[in-house]
Design a protein around this ligand. Structure first.
Ligand SMILES: Cc1cc2nc3c(=O)[nH]c(=O)nc-3n(C[C@H](O)[C@H](O)[C@H](O)COP(=O)(O)O)c2cc1C
Length: 175
């Protein structure tokens, strides 16, 4: 089974979750992991499963102005021009039966904040024609910039394994 993980990340937390999901997915096949900028500039071949995720900003997927806000909170270079929202909004509809899953990160501590980038990504994936393997999945960070809350990397890897197992099993039953 071939999978691709496409992620957006300002402070590195969603990138780390994407890597952990990819590790889980590798239990059943090959995985390619791309930052949304790379994904936007390559016309990558179709895969069996596309997994897409980004940070929750202002209740949903980031926008240019929220990415600018994030850029002001870190010394690290932040990509402001494109995020998961813009990438999915520019994507073409997919063939019937295409499979995907959505994830996101959000603040869980010291006080839980509302909103879910995962839900925003899932909505757009469905609109493009994807069938979702699982419900959109949120992973938590402490504060605005992280680090990831305890146990979230392990949970992300386990979720990747679950997605891989589900799809691998489904493909096996098709043949
Ligand atoms: C501009 C901005 C708006 C945010 N809005 C929310 C929000 O509405 N809900 C939430 O749970 N977290 C919110 N957060 C926290 C982010 O979800 C958190 O920074 C992100 O999960 C970190 O992931 P990253 O390191 O990959 O960027 C916001 C962060 C920023 C910078």
């Amino acid at each position: 089974m071939r999978s691709r993980v496409v992620y957006e990340s300002m402070f590195g937390n969603t990138a780390a979750i994407a890597e952990a999901i990819a590790t889980g997915l590798r239990t059943h096949g090959t995985v390619e992991i791309l930052n949304v900028c790379e994904a936007a500039s390559t016309s990558a071949p179709t895969v069996d499963l596309l997994v897409v995720g980004g940070p929750t900003h202002a209740l949903g997927l980031s926008r240019q102005r929220t990415r600018l806000d994030a850029a002001g909170r870190t010394e690290a270079p932040v990509v402001v021009d494109i995020g998961i929202r813009e990438w999915l909004d520019a994507a073409l509809p997919v063939a019937a039966g295409s499979r995907a899953a959505a994830f996101g990160t959000k603040t869980g501590k010291p006080s839980w904040m509302p909103g879910s980038a995962a839900r925003g990504a899932a909505k757009r994936l469905r609109r493009l024609g994807y069938q979702l393997t699982d419900d959109p999945m949120n992973f938590l960070v402490d504060g605005m910039t992280g680090p990831l809350s305890e146990g979230e990397l392990a949970r992300a890897q386990a979720w990747g394994e679950l997605l891989a197992f589900t799809e691998h099993d489904r493909i096996a039953h098709l043949h």
